[in-house]
Ligand binder design. Structure first.
Ligand SMILES: CC(C)(COP(=O)(O)OP(=O)(O)OC[C@H]1O[C@@H](n2cnc3c(N)ncnc32)[C@H](O)[C@@H]1OP(=O)(O)O)[C@@H](O)C(=O)NCCC(=O)NCCS
Length: 327
């Protein structure tokens, strides 16, 4: 089995920044409510003439540059997304073309916000066996295309962005992937849905009228699930690796709600200093949330070579995934 290394990271967020104050001018909400209930202050919105593949391409370009590899050597491209450009072809095929890749295996992975970490896990299996050699894993979402601006409890949470990572096999370096953890609790599928536009509710005037092409969410149920599953994953991954909380240099949680992160940190009693937050600036960017945070922290020099990073995420499904990596 091959060792795997993290060769490079990249991220991209659109220029347009939307503040809580702005949202307060278009709906019945306030900066105070959003900040205290979620920790979010601003988020980025995609330009009207762009789509998810455009975000993914920018993050990928940065990752390819930082990894110092040739794009044509990438033989596996996985994009975690639930806001694909269209139902088919996959966004990965479109991104592969826009980047000028050389016919890699390319596919989208739909696991809600867990898409990137699921993708990390899938790509690891391909590289471990030597079947693929250089993997580009992207988390990209333009969720604001699907948020309902008449539903103040959901639309204030989300922003658009992409993050990317390059993994390669390496014979002479320590293995970077120390642990992978994934699961699904399908009994919670009803708590976060985009009901229409698929085979169950094809688009019709009625689906449009009833706002069925927007995201629908039971925030309270997801909140409870998120705290419980984050603690569960951290506990299991530490058990599996034999690492202690003190061995972890950085915790990267899904950037959904500051109160979810803080509740998990408090119950596990570790220092908040080790937690990397980006949600105040970017909001919940779905599949991009984890790789965006990793790439920003790496760019800022906060995550350094050799550091041990633990990440956990949850999402529509309800899916969940975690990993411990050596940077
Ligand atoms: C959505 C979420 C922020 C709501 O916070 P909450 O503390 O549970 O708030 P509630 O839903 O109980 O609503 C409390 C009140 O605030 C109101 N409210 C909801 N959104 C509001 C907003 N943007 N501005 C002002 N008031 C708002 C509600 O209408 C409710 O009013 P009421 O008591 O008069 O009925 C929170 O449940 C959450 O973050 N859940 C997890 C969601 C998530 O992570 N989703 C992504 C998964 S990948």
């Amino acid at each position: 089995m091959k060792n795997i290394v993290i060769k490079g990271t990249g991220h991209f967020a659109p220029k347009r920044i939307v503040t809580n104050e702005y949202l307060s001018t278009i709906m019945d909400t306030s900066d105070e409510w959003i900040k205290t209930r979620t920790g979010i202050e601003t988020r980025h919105y995609i330009d009207d003439d762009k789509c998810t593949s455009d975000l993914a391409v920018e993050a990928a370009k940065m990752a390819i540059k930082s990894a110092n590899i040739k794009p044509e050597d990438i033989d596996l491209l996985v994009i975690g997304t639930s806001s694909q450009d269209m139902i088919y072809p996959s966004t990965a095929c479109i991104v592969s073309d826009k980047l000028g890749l050389n016919r890699p295996m390319a596919f989208d992975l739909q696991a809600g916000c867990s898409g990137f970490v699921y993708g990390l896990s899938v790509a690891t299996q391909f590289l471990r066996t030597g079947h693929k050699k250089i993997a580009l894993i992207i988390g990209a979402d333009a969720i604001t295309r699907f948020t309902d601006f008449t539903d103040r409890a959901t639309c204030v949470l989300f922003g658009d962005a992409a993050g990317a990572i390059i993994l390669t096999t390496a014979d002479d370096e320590e293995d970077a992937i120390l642990c992978l953890y994934e699961g699904t609790d399908g009994s919670g599928a009803k708590y976060l849905t985009l009901p229409a536009g698929g085979s169950k509710e094809p688009a019709s005037p009625l689906t449009v009228e009833n706002r069925r092409h927007f995201l629908h969410m039971n925030g309270k149920e997801i909140f409870k699930f998120a705290v419980r599953i984050s603690i569960h994953m951290i506990t299991k991954m530490l058990e599996e690796t034999g690492l202690s909380i003190d061995d972890i240099d950085h915790f990267v949680f899904h950037q959904a709600n500051m109160r979810i992160i803080d509740a998990a940190v408090e119950r596990m009693s570790f220092s908040k200093e080790k937690v990397i937050y980006t949600l105040n600036e970017y909001g919940n960017t779905s599949s991009a949330s984890i790789p965006l945070t990793l790439s920003l922290a790496s760019e800022q020099g906060r995550i350094k070579k050799g550091d041990i990073v633990l990440m956990v995420v949850f999402g529509s499904g309800l899916t969940y995934a975690g990993s411990i990596v050596r940077w």
